[in-house]
Design a protein around this ligand. Structure first.
Ligand code: CMX
Length: 400
């Protein structure tokens, strides 16, 4: 376990969600289909609102519509960025990856931290969670604005993201700031921002914000560090990698391939020593329910899309190939195998940007976990490490 990335080693307490290897994620006890049914939706919408999952993760209770709207209003009121953050984003070179821009802008918001100010005033530690909550609400409100500025600077004309509409929900304002006016794209954003929010405590992003936060770094610095972890290709960057992977297949085979063509292509890819992005998981041992609900969205809204057909055919053949290769413990697709296809369908073709969307959503999980960690007064995280020499001595002592 020590050499194996601490898989299955129990060493953290996380209140917001629990990941079962066979069943998938439960947010405060509710599965994704249950959340889709129970959480409040926008007027005329069918997908749950991210504001509602925030409430659920923070309190353990399903909010009503009034409570959900109150969060939408709070986030709309707090969405503006300080000038220095906008200036910094506007001055980044176009070749700086969107995730590096995202990480930097979040860290720079530390100028606004109520927690850092309160700590230096010397407030009692029993109140730390209150300032963590305030910072978290402000950060969640500002993340779509940061993300939209990055998007417009890199992929559009760099024009202003416009004014937040206080009558709209978080996702609707986000979609508008990005420059998308299709109501179905907004619905996709609502679903996307809910399902990527939380995946218990041990994943790289949540674990990072927990670890950094345990040093009493403020929520901006803690979450910025988490986003640096999300930007790794074995974690959140996999959604970008999946699109690169699909584009290579389309370039080589076009859209009129047989299952055998695809089978051979994936085998050759594996033989070249690369992973199949979007497949496998450190904990899950079945198809990720986050994959399944995106597949349902696609079946409902874009059943004839060429790229969706490719993703579906890969779903048919890849698990058998990975099983035959005999290495991956989980041959089934994870959340990242599907998200890019949906975004492409709506015209968001800039795959380097996809992990930023994941990051906006993951804030809901990381920050609700951080508030609870502060509320429970969890201490500095500091596990013990061994040297190999020390372990050899331990093993030799046991043998005797
Ligand atoms: N394709 C090819 N090989 C894979 C594989 C995949 N999709 N998934 C696992 N393997 C390989 C591993 O690389 C490892 O090989 P080595 O023994 O040569 O190192 C072996 O199978 C055993 O790995 P594992 O125990 O099954 O998986 P881990 O817990 O070590 O890693 C993960 C999990 C997700 C990093 C891995 O499955 C992977 O690299 N998947 C592709 C990247 C991906 O989709 N990441 C996104 C995960 C979800 C998220 O965080 O967003």
């Amino acid at each position: 376990m020590i050499y194996g990335g601490m898989r299955s080693m129990k060493g953290m307490v996380t209140e917001t969600s629990v990941l079962d290897p066979e069943e998938g994620i439960r947010f405060r006890g509710y599965s994704i289909p249950e959340c889709q049914k129970l959480l409040p939706k926008a007027a005329g919408g069918e997908e749950p609102l991210p504001e509602a999952i925030w409430w659920l993760l923070c309190t353990g209770e399903v909010p009503d519509e009034k409570q959900t709207t109150a969060i939408s209003k709070e986030w709309a009121a707090r969405a503006d960025l300080p000038d220095h953050v906008v200036r910094m984003l506007d001055n980044f070179p176009a070749n700086l990856h969107p995730m590096a821009q995202f990480v930097s802008a979040i860290a720079a918001l530390n100028s606004e931290s109520k927690f850092a100010q309160a700590y230096s005033r010397g407030v009692h530690k029993s109140t730390y969670w209150e300032y963590t909550y305030e910072d978290s609400m402000n950060l969640l409100a500002k993340l779509p604005t940061i993300a939209a500025v990055i998007y417009r600077n890199l992929y559009r004309d760099g024009s202003s993201v416009g004014v937040i509409d206080p009558t709209k929900d978080w996702s609707a304002n986000f979609a508008a700031m990005l420059g998308y006016d299709d109501p179905l794209f907004t619905e996709l954003m609502r679903l996307y921002l809910v399902i990527h929010s939380d995946h218990e405590g041990g994943n790289v992003s949540a674990h990072t914000s927990h670890l950094v936060g345990s040093a009493l770094s403020d929520p901006y610095l803690s979450f910025s560090a988490a986003m640096a972890g999300l930007a790794g290709p074995l974690h959140g960057l996999a959604n970008q990698e999946v699109l690169v992977f699909l584009s290579k297949i389309v370039k080589d085979l076009g859209h009129s391939y047989t299952e055998k063509d695809l089978h051979d292509w994936v085998w050759n890819h594996l033989k070249s020593g690369q992973v199949v992005p979007g497949y496998g998981h450190a904990v899950l041992r079945k198809t990720d329910p986050r994959y399944e609900c995106q597949r349902e969205f696609a079946l409902k809204h874009l059943p004839k899309d060429d790229l969706f057909r490719l993703v579906s055919t890969l779903y048919k053949i890849t698990p058998d190939i990975l099983l035959k290769q005999g290495k991956a413990k989980n041959p089934w697709p994870n959340v990242d195998a599907h998200s890019g296809v949906l975004l492409q369908y709506f015209g968001m073709t800039e795959m380097n940007y996809y992990t930023v969307l994941f990051g906006v959503s993951r804030a809901i999980g990381c920050l609700s976990q951080l508030i609870w960690a502060r509320g429970m007064g969890l201490p500095l995280e500091r596990p013990k490490s061994h040297s190999t020499e020390g372990l050899m001595k331990l093993a030799a002592a046991v043998k005797k």
